[in-house]
Design a protein around this ligand. Sequence first.
Ligand code: SF4
Length: 211
Amino acid sequence: MLVSNLQVKLPIHETFQSTVQGEGFWTGTLVDFIRLAGCPVGCPWCDTGYANGGQGLPSVPRSIAQLLAELQSSRVVISGGEPFIHQNLLEELVRALLATDKQVSIETSGAYWQEVSPLAWITLSPKEHISPKYPVKELFWTRANEIKLVVSTGEEVDFYRKYFVDDVNIPVYLQPEWEKRDRAIPIILELLKQHPSYRLSLQTHKLIGVQ
Ligand code: SF4
């Protein structure tokens, strides 16, 4: 494995340690988060504040060495913003984390592609249905380790079924849009009857009141 340049700097939105992964396959796992700054996709319900491009949000250059020094958990989630907009830098960060024996998860809308280590777990949460200018790069449909669809109306499932089928061999999670969860959860329960291999994902961290 090539040695990473630990002095390389990435624009950081925020980091936090020893929290619980609240979504998808690794729900309940103790993790650290590295949120990279910036995302052009513009989802109206963005948890991180990038609904309108993110003007005024934090973007602090920090070196990989600084990021490694504060880690506490064995799994690190690289999130955003959209991590894959950071060409070469993301790959460098992943390599450095793996070199220190961390497990790595990356959360992405799939709108930007770059090669990262096959050891990194990729959560694909496509946003093409609300931001058609940002379609999923085709390679993600075979590279992703899990698919997470944020459900508001239930139409999201039909929208993406041209890309994957019920017997896709990775887990598919249906997660209610938080602000519309009272309406979306019953819709998801009906969808699970039609697609029994899919699973419900709740934002556990919000339910238990942690970051
Ligand atoms: S893709 Fe993710 S980070 Fe970007 S606006 Fe949508 S929810 Fe926010």
